[in-house]
Ligand binder design. Structure first.
Ligand code: BGC
Length: 793
């Protein structure tokens, strides 16, 4: 559909392109993340919390909202619940261009995809000067990992395991977007993603609910700042509520079946964390969840979100997800779709026009109540008041460009990229030492592969917007043009025999070949599910041909998901996952390759060996037939090897486990110890969900046994056995980054509380049950020596 294309590009630009209780409970969970050894960002975090305004939870908003509500006609109320994408008037689902007239009549509450400040002011002037009640328009956009200063994609940002980086990056995004007149971002995407086929894995924080919750809260804090009405704050929108990441077969927009237990234990926590951090809005998802579409689902939207979590903000539908109730077959016409979505709890209708077309009539015919409409309008107006839009509806057109590309923003983008890279393999080079880091000196490099010198590549943004240096450019700046030769080798999807032959000849002339391979930006994100997860096109062929030269090879993988390249992991000495690293990805990579930076990123998704393993995630249940000591590297040869939970043609384990990442030094972990081996379930339960006491301290010695300083992400996992529901083989319950000088050893401690041992029980309640627990302090989800304890009744 031609009209889809511009909208898609726009999305991709942006892709690349009671308060006290809330504060307390966030602080509680955060303390567990950081432990007591080296604590990154806690001081900054508590400072931010102390000075934070109440945002949408400010009780003073009620009177202001009600005062204006009393004056509103039904038409004007419904107008607040209507949103269009005005960037492309003929875009899918919108089909109109009369926004100006509609705004003057009070028929529109929000527009998005309008990115020109002049146009924003033009529409806003109509709202403020021509509409009867002068209610400002709320302008939104998918500002996903930066507005103009583009940071690594969210999957990369999460690989830093550093919420403070995410908070700072999203604050830069907020500052730039707000200066442009955009006061609402459809971010963060906090969907749990267990299946690399799903292209939107790129947009989230991976497969784990604990890490995902920390990241969700960090995004919200970053976007919304210390006060929502500050000029450099914007409203956040946690999406897609809920379960979207479990799309069957990893196929985007597909249906989902998630038990209430799994929903509560894995998929809901990051949304809950976003709500606790004060997100002003949530987006209801496309997927059908257990038979009921997420955008018409009163269980998730009303029971969980409003009743259990007390959310006071705004729920916006996803793009035409109200209209999609018709093809899904739960609504026979537009009126039924509008009614079902609205009654379920969707306040604002993104682009379908069905609220505009039907809500008034539905109220007149008493199919929905006027009081419910008032409530939905309250949710919208709360956000507008909290943002200070009534006081400051217009954007300073002259100021907008001044907010972009600040040197400190660009520096942060580079730091974030450096921290996001995950070193997957670093075998010995010709000199018998690990190939990376590269030695400074007069070596000659061949930069090969479609990604090596494409300035639009790192983030998918249109070339030319903002300063950007490619990998090739950054390498030339480092070692001089005379030491670098460039061979494309092939395209992402195409390539000729000649191009490959040229690259091979070029590699022969060089001392080291750097292969920059992977996916194009359009191959991940929305509507980019893949059934094959290897290198696209002829890139594998190129890689093998270059490898046959016998030259040392460094493979840098650019992608929005893990790629199944088992051959490379066996034959290529050095492999690094660079994700899509953002505007300063080139310089960040070169600094990392030369060891100015020691890689510290770790995987936030399990890296599959082959696509048939998906969905693949570390926090899975054991089966009744675990293979345990069975050798799975070959097909079963007897009954013992066969009748276990396994594939007959693939191993069960991932290529690299969740939490994995190498550095240029070696780190060793001592056994985990805990301060008590008997815990009391009753006492622990008093703490669940509160700012509870530390009940037990876990610690392990972590040593840098190599010769370089390193930042090491130390992870804490718990396994609970004997509870009323089966619990995963491991669950992340803490992480912290420690800095270790060469040869240094630190005792890393984590404080564990009731929440660390609480699980969703067979009555779908979060509780600590009598059980046996194992606790690991480990470099990743597959290693470590655990301590054990018993939780007694
Ligand atoms: C996506 C959302 C996005 C919205 C607005 C939808 O297609 O699923 O994530 O926020 O479009 O661009």
């Amino acid at each position: 559909m031609p009209s889809l294309y511009p909208r898609f590009i726009l999305c991709r630009c942006s892709l690349r392109g009671s308060a006290a209780t809330v504060v307390r409970s966030i602080a509680t969970s955060l303390v567990a993340y950081f432990g007591v050894c080296v604590v990154l960002g806690v001081a900054a975090f508590s400072q931010a919390q102390r000075s934070r305004g109440d945002g949408i939870n400010d009780p003073a908003l009620d009177a202001r909202v009600d005062a204006i509500l009393q004056k509103m006609s039904l038409e004007e109320k419904v107008g607040q619940l209507v949103q269009y994408s005005a960037g492309q008037p003929t875009g899918p689902g919108t089909g109109r261009s009369d926004y100006g007239d509609m705004i003057a009549k009070g028929q529109i509450g929000s527009l998005f995809n309008v990115i020109d400040p002049k146009q924003i002011n033009m529409y806003q002037r109509i709202a403020m000067e021509k509409s009867r009640l002068h209610i400002p328009i709320l302008f939104g956009l998918d500002v996903i990992h930066g507005f103009k200063t583009e940071f690594p994609i969210p999957l990369g940002l999460a690989s830093t395991w550093d919420p403070t980086i995410i908070e700072k990056a999203s604050h830069v995004a907020a500052m730039e977007a707000a200066a442009d007149g955009i006061k609402w971002t459809f971010s963060p995407m906090v969907d749990i993603a267990r299946d690399a086929r799903w292209g939107r894995m790129a947009e989230g924080a991976g497969e784990d609910p604990f890490l995902g919750s920390a990241m969700a809260a960090a995004y919200v804090r970053g976007y919304q700042g210390s006060r929502l009405d500050a000029p450099d704050s914007i409203a956040s929108c946690a999406k897609h509520f809920v379960g979207y990441g479990a799309a069957e077969g990893g196929r985007d927009y597909n249906t989902t079946e998630i038990s209430e237990h799994t929903l509560r234990q894995f998929y809901l926590p990051p949304f809950h964390a976003a709500v606790e951090a004060g997100t002003t809005s949530l987006m209801s998802a496309f997927n059908t969840l257990n038979g009921t579409p997420a955008s018409a689902n009163p269980f998730t939207l009303k029971q969980v979100l409003r009743k259990e979590w007390g959310f006071k903000g705004l729920v916006v539908s996803d793009w035409n997800s109200v209209g999609e109730l018709i093809p899904k077959g739960v609504a026979i016409d537009g009126a039924a779709a509008a009614r079902k979505a609205f009654v379920a709890g969707v306040d604002m209708d993104m682009v379908s026009s069905l609220y505009h077309d039907h809500l008034q009539a539905l109220v007149s015919s008493r199919q929905i109540s006027a009081a419910e409409v008032d409530d939905a309008v309250r949710h919208v107006l709360r956000v507008k008041f909290a943002l200070g839009l009534f006081e400051h509806p217009f954007v300073d057109e002259a100021a907008a460009p001044k907010a972009l590309y600040h040197p400190e923003s660009l520096e942060l983008a580079q730091t974030a990229a450096e921290r996001s890279f995950v070193l997957l393999r670093n075998a010995d080079g010709p000199d018998g030492k690990p190939l990376l880091p590269l030695a400074n000196g007069a070596q000659n490099y061949a930069v090969i592969g479609p990604v090596g010198d494409d300035s639009s590549y790192p983030n998918g943004a249109p070339p030319g917007s903002g300063p950007r240096t490619t990998l090739m450019g950054a390498l030339v700046a480092r070692v001089g043009q005379e030491h670098v030769a460039r061979y494309k080798g092939c395209g992402i999807l195409d390539g000729s025999d000649q191009e490959i032959a040229d690259a091979v000849a070029g590699a022969r002339k060089a001392d080291i070949a750097i292969l920059a391979l992977g996916e194009s930006p359009e191959m991940s994100g929305e509507a980019a599910s893949r059934a094959h997860l290897g290198l696209p096109g002829r890139q594998q062929e190129l890689l093998e041909a270059v490898a046959r030269t016998g030259k040392p090879i460094i493979l840098i993988l650019f992608s929005g998901r893990p790629l199944t390249v088992p051959w490379a992991f066996e034959h290529v000495p050095a492999v690094m996952a660079a994700w899509l690293p953002g505007i300063n990805g080139g310089p960040a990579l070169v600094r990392t390759l030369f060891g100015d930076v020691n890689p510290s990123g770790k995987l936030v998704v399990s890296w599959p060996r082959s696509v048939g393993q998906e969905p693949l995630y570390y926090n899975s249940n054991n089966t009744g037939r675990p293979p345990e000591s069975t050798d799975l590297t070959h097909a079963p040869r007897n009954i013992e090897e066969r009748y276990v939970s396994r594939y007959i043609d693939e191993q069960n384990t991932p290529q690299f486990p969740f939490g994995f990442g190498l550095s240029y030094t070696s780190i060793s972990y001592g056994a985990t110890k805990i301060s008590a081996d008997h815990l009391n379930a009753r006492e622990l339960n008093q703490d669940v969900g509160t700012n509870g006491r530390t009940v037990v301290t876990a610690q392990a010695d972590v040593s840098n046994t190599g010769s370089r300083a390193a930042n090491q992400v130390v992870e804490l996992y718990v396994r609970v056995q004997g509870a009323s529901t089966e619990q995963p083989v491991r669950a992340l319950k803490g992480f912290q980054t420690v800095t270790l000088a060469a040869g240094e050893r630190k005792t890393v401690k984590f404080e564990l509380r009731g929440d660390s041992f609480a699980t969703w029980n067979d009555r779908n309640q979060l509780a600590v049950e009598p059980s046996k627990v194992m606790v690991w302090i480990a470099p990743d989800s597959a290693h470590g020596t655990p301590a054990q304890a018993e939780i007694v009744p």
